[in-house]
Structures are given as structure tokens and as C-alpha cells.
Design a binder for this molecule. Structure first.
Ligand code: FAD
Length: 493
């Protein structure tokens, strides 16, 4: 074998290690090794992708490049020039933070993502709408995860989704830092000496290099407990809704593969099923979803009385926080409840029901309250201090909390990621802050109503341009003068 061929094989192997890596840390490490070997620096974000592409020419790599090249042809990206010079900080490396990061990078922005954890550990499974499947395929998801949406299956575990998106993000030169927690925004300093220094973030650990990163866009993608200030939250008070998630080990046997899934679409799919369940086990549910994915994943909404009857919840409190507080929940009884419901729901066909472990090494069963659901009143705002403007946006669960049993989280989350990218593009191109904010709010009004039925059907045409996705879009329904309160020039508290 010639020296050059051998070299190419070695590089090909490093690329393969990266593609196949199965953890967050593993992917980051394999990517670093690959970059060092190829003498490439993702900090050169404007030329990184094309340099990587030129150096990786195996058929496997090329299959991925052809997918990504096709995506990059979207005219909205202006050949990767639409946001050149824009610097973005994204808080949170969940699916929506990463999805937003990719879009901003494709427009040529400098993108830094900070993630407070150091692993992708969530077994829970997300329902994907047809457009999200199409979108992820277009990013080459199948190249990283061969089983992605095989056949009719329309779901993916959160950790696998994060991993796929992380790999794509790294390839398009997004900087990703684990173990970095956002604390708060830091205003540009007032003193003459530091004139010219822009917006930064206070982070933990404080001495991490990201502390020096100055940015003009910040995106809050840190999940339902959003840490960015200035966003009022609307609360939707529904009737009491207690959801239980449970994950069991999937040993991928033929017997397991035969068991029928219970689709999230067939909500309240069979009244008789629930009556029989109640009669046979005392478990009273409003709905149940079962997906066979990395784990056997169940999410169900349980009625309070049956949780009391089965000893899962000890005392009956009106206050749901107290009702579901750890002191008031019998963990053993909760495990039994979840297992019994899963067993009945699958007609006792799953050969074993051994709990998968969560990141703390405990059986992966959890109970959540969905009685009050939150949505941010606004999707974005602008802060200005000493002549430095900062565009502040929310995406994903931070923007609009999803109801898991209906699986809207990732689908609406990606729509918001695209809408945010569209806004950043307008911003980068010099439209006024009020115009940009007014358009963003107009588009945001559609988000809570989106369903698989009422969004555009031609997924091939989907781009970050909202007009390609929302059929009845009126992107001027909110006028600039109505969003003046979102232009904030006072000091942060
Ligand atoms: P998330 O996925 O919540 O990601 C937010 C990320 O931000 C996390 O990685 C977090 O570590 C990081 N972060 C938080 N604070 C900071 C900070 N200060 N600094 C830096 N990083 C930070 N949806 C379903 O449909 N079904 C389910 O069963 C389901 N189970 C879930 C279980 C859990 C424990 C959680 C948290 C969410 C679950 N969801 C579920 C919701 C679903 O994960 C989200 O809708 C989807 O992942 C998109 O969310 P996101 O990216 O906006 O936020």
C-alpha cells in the first residue's frame, strides 16, 4: 500500500470513529482527534466545512457531504454569507439549541453552544412529525444513526437525537462546550478603558474561555426552566394532568420486536382498553404511548385517585407540587404502577420488563405535573447598553412548554429554531430592531396552534423562511410600535 493510500485509510478510520461515536464526550473527542490529524481548526468557521470536505473523500464522507451541500443551497443562507460577522451564544445543548446552532452556522455566523451537563443521558423518546423526519434526514441523520426512523417508526430517543445534531453541528463549525453553565448576561462595561467590549456571559466555571466570548445574539435553549431575564411567562392552567414516563431495557429480541407500539397519534385510542385496565389492575389512565426505541419507552397520564388507591401518592394535597413532592411519592409503588401499566398495555407480550437506568443509576421512571403549562409571552427582545445591541431569543421548551404525551416538543421546537434563524438573518442584514421583533412576534403567534395537519405539506420546500412552512402566515400582524417594550435600554437587575 502506498503511503498516501495508507494515510487516507487512517483519516477515513478517524472519520468513521467520529461518525460512530455513541456518547457526547466520545463524539467531541473523536472530532478533536480528526481535526488535529487534518490540521484543521473549527475556529476558522468560514472555511472549516469546505476544508474538511476537501480532506475527507471516502464514499461514506461524500454521502454526507452531498446531503449537507444540498441543504446549503437554500437561498436564504446566501452561500453561507447571510450572517457573516454575527456572533451567537446558545444556552443549552438540547435538541432545540443544537438545531438552532446548525441553522445559524449555515448562514456563516460564529456559534458557541454551552451545555451544563457532560453527557446526553435522557432515554425518553420524542415523537417526530413527518417534517422533522424529513429535516433530520436532510442533515444526514441516517449516516450517523443507521436505525433512524427505519420503516414506519416516527420517534427517536432524546439522547440519540442530541448526538446526531451535535455531530452535524461540529461539522458546520459550531463550538460546543460541555460542563459550562450559563449564569447571567453581563452588560458591556461603561468605563472608557474597556470601551468596545460588548455583551458577555457570566458562566460557571468562571475562568472558562467562553467567559471572554463577546456576542450580539443570545439564544435561550436551556429547557423549561429558562434562565434568561426579561421574558414574562403565560400560564395555561388545565385540568390536573400527571404524566409518568418509564423506560425498560430493550434487548432487541424477535419477541420484543413483535410487540405492537402504541402510537402517540392514537390519543385516547380505545375506551375499552382503559376500562379493562382499570378493572384488572386498578390503574386509571387517560392515555398511554409506547415506543420501542433504544429502550421500551412509555408515557402515560394517570388519574390522581388511582395513584392514591395504588399507594403511589401518599397524601392527597390540592397543591400539585406538594402532591408530587418526593416525600409524598412511594417510589417502589410508582415502579410497580408503571410496570403494571406497561405490561397490560403491551398485552403482556414483552418478555421481561427490567427498568433501564437513568443517569443517576436509578430505575428510569419519573412522574411530572402538566397541570400548569408555560409559554413565554414573547419570543425575543433586544437589549441595548452603551451602544451595544443584543438580540435575545428563546427556543424550544424555554419558549413553549410541550405536553409530552402529545409529543409536540421537538416538532414545535424545530419550527421555533427555524423562525429564530430567520430573525437573526434579518437582524444581521440590518433591519431595525423593532421591525425584526415585530416580525418575530407575528410568526410566534402561530406556533402554539401548529399541528401536523395545518403546517405546509411540501417539506422539500421547507427553509428558515416562515412562508415555506406556515400556509396562513401574516408576518406583519404585530406592528413595530406594538413591540417597543421589547427594546430594553435599562440596566439588568
Ligand atoms: P431540553 O431538551 O430540555 O435541553 C435543554 C438543555 O439545556 C439541557 O441539555 C440542559 O442540560 C441545558 N441547560 C439547562 N440550563 C442550562 C444552563 N444554565 N447553562 C447551560 N446549559 C443548560 N418530551 C417528550 O416529548 N417526551 C418525554 O418523555 C420527555 N421527557 C423529558 C424528560 C426530561 C428530564 C426533560 C428535561 C425533558 C423531557 N421532554 C420530553 C421534553 C423534550 O426533551 C424537549 O421538548 C425537547 O428535548 C426539546 O427541548 P429543548 O432543546 O428546548 O430543551
Amino acid at each position: 500500500m502506498g503511503e498516501m493510500e495508507e494515510d487516507r485509510d487512517n483519516v477515513g478510520k478517524l472519520f468513521e470513529d467520529f461518525v460512530q461515536s455513541s456518547t457526547c464526550k466520545g463524539a467531541l473527542q473523536a472530532f478533536n482527534v480528526l481535526c488535529r490529524r487534518l490540521d484543521l481548526d473549527p475556529a476558522d468557521n468560514d472555511i472549516f466545512y469546505s476544508s474538511l470536505k476537501a480532506k475527507l473523500t471516502s464514499w461514506k464522507a461524500q454521502a454526507l457531504w452531498s446531503k449537507l451541500d444540498k441543504r446549503m443551497l437554500h437561498k436564504e443562507y446566501k452561500k453561507g454569507q447571510a450572517c457573516v460577522g454575527t456572533k451567537c451564544l446558545i444556552i443549552g445543548g438540547g435538541p432545540c439549541g443544537l438545531r438552532t446552532a446548525i441553522e445559524l452556522a449555515l448562514m456563516g455566523a460564529k456559534v458557541v453552544v454551552i451545555e451544563k451537563r457532560d453527557s446526553f443521558a435522557r432515554n425518553n423518546v420524542l415523537h417526530l412529525w413527518p417534517y422533522t423526519i424529513h429535516d433530520l434526514r436532510g442533515l444526514g441523520a441516517k449516516k450517523f444513526y443507521g436505525k433512524f426512523c427505519a420503516g414506519a417508526i416516527d420517534h427517536i430517543s432524546i439522547q440519540k437525537l442530541q448526538l446526531v445534531l451535535l455531530k452535524v453541528a461540529l461539522i458546520v463549525a459550531v463550538e460546543f462546550h460541555i460542563n459550562v453553565e450559563f449564569v447571567k448576561l453581563l452588560e458591556p462595561p461603561e468605563d472608557q478603558e474597556n470601551e468596545g467590549i460588548g455583551w458577555r456571559a457570566a458562566i460557571r466555571p468562571a475562568d472558562h474561555p467562553v467567559a471572554n466570548f463577546e456576542f450580539d445574539v443570545v439564544v435561550g435553549a436551556d429547557g423549561r426552566r429558562n434562565t434568561l431575564e426579561g421574558f414574562k411567562r403565560k400560564e395555561f392552567r388545565g385540568k390536573l394532568a400527571i404524566a409518568i414516563t418509564a423506560n425498560f431495557i430493550n434487548r432487541n429480541t424477535t419477541a420484543e420486536a413483535r410487540v405492537e407500539e402504541i402510537s402517540g397519534v392514537a390519543f385516547i385510542f380505545n375506551q375499552k382498553f382503559f376500562l379493562d385496565l382499570k378493572e384488572e389492575t386498578g390503574i386509571d389512565l387517560e392515555n398511554i404511548v409506547y415506543y420501542r426505541d433504544n429502550t421500551h419507552y412509555f408515557v402515560m397520564t394517570a388519574k390522581k385517585q388511582s395513584l392514591l388507591d395504588k399507594g403511589v401518592v401518599i397524601h392527597d394535597y390540592i397543591d400539585t407540587q406538594m402532591l408530587l413532592s418526593s416525600a409524598n411519592v412511594n417510589q417502589e409503588a410508582l415502579l410497580c404502577y408503571a410496570r403494571e401499566a406497561a405490561d397490560f398495555g403491551t398485552n403482556y407480550q414483552l418478555p421481561t420488563l427490567d427498568f433501564a437506568m437513568n443517569h443517576c443509576g436509578q430505575p428510569d421512571v419519573a412522574m411530572f405535573d402538566f397541570t400548569n403549562m408555560y409559554a413565554s409571552e414573547n419570543a425575543a427582545l433586544v437589549r441595548e447598553r452603551f451602544g451595544h445591541q443584543l438580540l435575545v431569543a428563546l427556543v424550544g421548551d424555554s419558549l413553549l412548554e410541550p405536553f409530552w404525551p402529545m409529543g409536540t416538543g421537538c416538532a414545535r421546537g424545530f419550527l421555533a429554531a427555524f423562525d429564530t434563524a430567520w430573525m437573526v438573518k434579518s437582524w444581521a442584514q440590518g433591519r431595525t430592531a423593532l421591525e425584526v421583533l415585530a416580525e418575530r412576534e407575528s410568526i410566534y403567534r402561530l406556533l402554539p396552534q401548529t399541528t401536523t395537519e395545518n403546517i405546509g405539506k411540501n417539506f422539500e420546500q421547507y427553509t428558515i423562511d416562515p412562508g415555506t412552512r406556515y400556509p396562513n402566515l401574516n408576518s406583519a400582524c404585530v406592528r413595530p410600535h406594538q413591540v417597543r417594550h421589547l427594546y430594553i435600554t435599562t440596566e439588568l437587575s
